[in-house]
Design a protein around this ligand. Sequence first.
Ligand code: NAP
Length: 248
Amino acid sequence: MTPHVLVTGGGRGIGRATAIACGARGWSVTVNYARDSVSADATAAAVVAAGGNATAIRADVTREADVVRLFDEAVAAHGALSGAVINAGVVAPALPLAEMSAERLRRMFDTNVYGAYLCARECARRLPRNRGGSGGAIVLVSSAAARLGSPGEYVDYAGSKAALDTLTLGLAKELAAEGVRVNAVRPGLIDTDIHASGGQPDRARRLGALTPMGRPGRAEEVAEAIVWLLDARSSYTTGALLDVAGGR
Ligand code: NAP
């Protein structure tokens, strides 16, 4: 059976590169997005051009009904899921904690933590063998920020990603005996649109130059690590937090 992977936030950036890398292996991909249907449709077309099958589905991961519908529609389009990449995430402008509004904190934790937990829960309801699934692999997209703390910039974002590291450790143990592996990647400074959404479009290039490898990473470099964790080649790897951060 053709593997089927759902990628949340798959229309742009790391999610887009991951969707295309899955397509290049001939897999079916559900490309989730929140608002940008043009990018999501373009990503789905790129997955098909790479050799896979793809459907773009709009769903806000912060809404439970959207998340359940997303998983139902994904299965209707391409059959049971063999994997999911829980990737949708946001940042906000760099500020010290003392200056952060309650609205900002709520949006950060709603999207990056609550949304990710809802998606992981749907996976936990559908993939395990004792729930009628065939097993599979979940990859959470955390961040190097989880171990750096991001002082003066994004302590909210860093904390939200630390929650995903902890979810990875716990859920990996919860589902290991039922054929589901759960791992996380922790990207460093990757050149995507997310930095512009935080008000610093040049952030990855500027700070990437200061890392041990002297450059930012590319979304495709993160995608390769994610696809390895999805694939049976990583069959004895679960509960791992894989840094893809150029030595940062
Ligand atoms: P990006 O280019 O800004 O793309 C973010 C994606 O998430 C978009 O497709 C967006 O959908 C989607 N999204 C946002 N909120 C959503 C919601 N509520 N429901 C569904 N989808 C939602 O970001 P990126 O750099 O690729 O980041 C992807 C992940 O990697 C994030 O979790 C981020 O924290 C993490 N990460 C990134 C870096 C980096 O340096 N880039 C480093 C470490 C970790 P629309 O296209 O519809 O807006």
